[in-house]
Design a protein around this ligand. Structure first.
Ligand SMILES: Cc1cc2nc3c(=O)[nH]c(=O)nc-3n(C[C@H](O)[C@H](O)[C@H](O)COP(=O)(O)OP(=O)(O)OC[C@H]3O[C@@H](n4cnc5c(N)ncnc54)[C@H](O)[C@@H]3O)c2cc1C
Length: 194
């Protein structure tokens, strides 16, 4: 007999199962596929394992950090930081035909890139960042606002708006042509600030 049956052995089902097992619950995870992992699956070839889903861990924090989603997940699921052979990114670029914006895990680089390529938007970008840091994740009314509207009220150069939206929409957006402001806020913090 099981206390809990979880349908699906993707990362959510596996995480929930591990967590429940830590609290002595008997868990059965049911998976329709022949292997675990869901969207974040892997395959084996000539003795090696290849990941097909995960290519980047956002919200990177260095070993020993106690704050942020990564530290919390490791603590809750009782994994060690070393289990994942994590390395910070060397650098990323948003490359549009005539402008490029580089960014790393240090927010200052993106800010200086914006200051160099969109000088009149530097203060607006700072304003946007402080607005996003103050954004309350639990406010459902704000969540579904149009990001294009909110962003356009602060960043007045349409090209910069597109450049900031591009990686975030590519990475994690369910809407066409626009983005829920709550989702934008989460992705912005993950990709550009953390
Ligand atoms: C190409 C790609 C790259 C990605 N890159 C990243 C990345 O770099 N960083 C990052 O953080 N995230 C990344 N993601 C997103 C991440 O992989 C997913 O958010 C995460 O794996 C979702 O996990 P989940 O458990 O919620 O859902 P899923 O992985 O979809 O798992 C659901 C599971 O339930 C099973 N299932 C469904 N219905 C049934 C049923 N009726 N009976 C039994 N089983 C069922 C499915 O077979 C599946 O195994 C990427 C995704 C893709 C596709």
């Amino acid at each position: 007999m099981y206390d809990t049956v979880i349908i699906g052995a993707g990362l959510s089902g596996l995480s929930a199962g591990i967590r429940l097992a830590h609290f002595d619950r008997r868990v059965c995870i049911v998976e329709q596929h022949s292997t675990i992992g869901g969207l974040n699956s892997f395959y084996r070839l000539r003795g090696r394992q290849f990941d097909v889903g995960l290519h980047a861990v956002t919200n990177f924090t260095p070993k020993g950090a106690r704050r942020g989603p990564l530290a919390r997940l490791l603590r809750q699921l009782r994994f060690r930081w070393d289990d994942f052979a994590l390395v910070p990114q060397i650098g990323s670029t948003i490359a549009f035909p005539d402008v490029r914006l580089r960014f790393t895990n240090e927010t200052e680089l993106l800010e200086s890139e914006i200051a160099a390529k969109f000088p009149d938007q530097r203060d607006n970008f700072r304003k946007l960042v402080s607005q996003l840091i103050d954004y309350d994740d639990l406010d459902t009314e704000l969540y579904y606002q149009s990001t294009r509207k909110v962003l356009g009220d602060v960043i007045t150069d349409p090209l910069l708006c597109e450049m900031l939206l591009c990686p975030l929409m590519w990475y994690g957006n369910a809407r066409e042509q626009d983005m829920d402001f709550g989702q934008f806020s989460i992705m912005f913090r993950s990709i550009f600030l953390e």
